[in-house]
Write a protein that binds this ligand. Structure first.
Ligand code: SAH
Length: 220
């Protein structure tokens, strides 16, 4: 059954409360989640009633829209500032990209399944969000728009592609250092790493929660 706008906003308020209870503390992130209509990013309307439960759901091509808690947690750890240039690897449904854009980021997002982008791009356009998408292997980043203030990889792999750390901007006076958030580990479970560019040739690596993502696939 389809959701009305009223039902959707009531469900979103409930989701925001649930995320706050689970430990998401950044009110800007919670506000963004409270504004983005997650059900519109789920192609199968039969699943729309579950859109505001804290679960991952299928979006086609064997891929999933991430669990809202994971999106909230990654967005929080990314510490996005309005005006930041943010690269996302793994557009999928477009939901994470939309949350980043709601926070005022200029988002560049790469997805290897062109068929998913065909469904996602019209949704992003209809919401009027500042997001540029491209089909291709995002482990190579998006050199034409680099460097980035922040990069988020929403698929998990065994290693951190150096192409991505190379596309983090160098430290600049008065601005937070650029950072890459990426799940690293075997297919069953990965750890979230935040890699910060602290100098032209130096990176810092912090490890956060365990997560389970679909595989980050390297095409060439
Ligand atoms: N951020 C998405 C999560 C989608 S799941 C959302 O909010 O819905 C992860 C996505 O990463 C999948 O769509 C998968 O096809 C894509 N992916 C995996 N490896 C990739 C790669 N090397 N380059 C670009 N996209 C990739």
């Amino acid at each position: 059954m389809l959701l009305t706008d009223r039902q959707a906003s009531a469900f979103r308020r409930r989701l925001v409360r649930a995320l706050r209870d689970k430990g998401i503390a950044d009110e800007r992130v919670l506000d963004a989640i409270g504004r983005v209509p997650r059900h519109r990013f789920i192609p199968d309307t039969g699943l729309h009633r579950q859109a505001y439960d804290d679960v991952a759901l299928p979006i086609g091509e064997g891929q999933t829209i991430s669990q809202p808690f994971t999106v909230a947690r990654m967005t929080e750890l990314l510490e996005v500032q309005p005006g930041d240039r943010v690269l996302e690897v793994g557009t999928g449904s477009g939901y994470q990209a939309a949350v980043l854009a709601e926070l005022g980021a200029r988002v560049f997002s790469v997805e290897r399944h062109a068929a998913l982008l065909q469904k996602t791009t019209p949704v992003l356009k209809a919401l009027g969000l500042s997001i540029r998408t491209r089909a291709g292997d995002g482990t190579y980043g998006w050199p034409g728009y680099a460097p980035f203030d922040a990069i988020v990889v929403t698929a998990g792999g065994p290693t951190v592609p150096t192409e991505l750390t190379d596309q983090l901007r160098e430290p600049a006076e008065g601005r937070p250092d650029a950072r890459l958030l990426i799940p690293v580990g075997p297919p069953e479970r990965q750890a979230l790493h935040r890699i910060t560019r602290t100098g032209a040739d130096t990176l810092a690596d912090e490890t956060f929660d365990g997560v389970v993502f679909v595989p980050l696939v390297r095409d060439r």
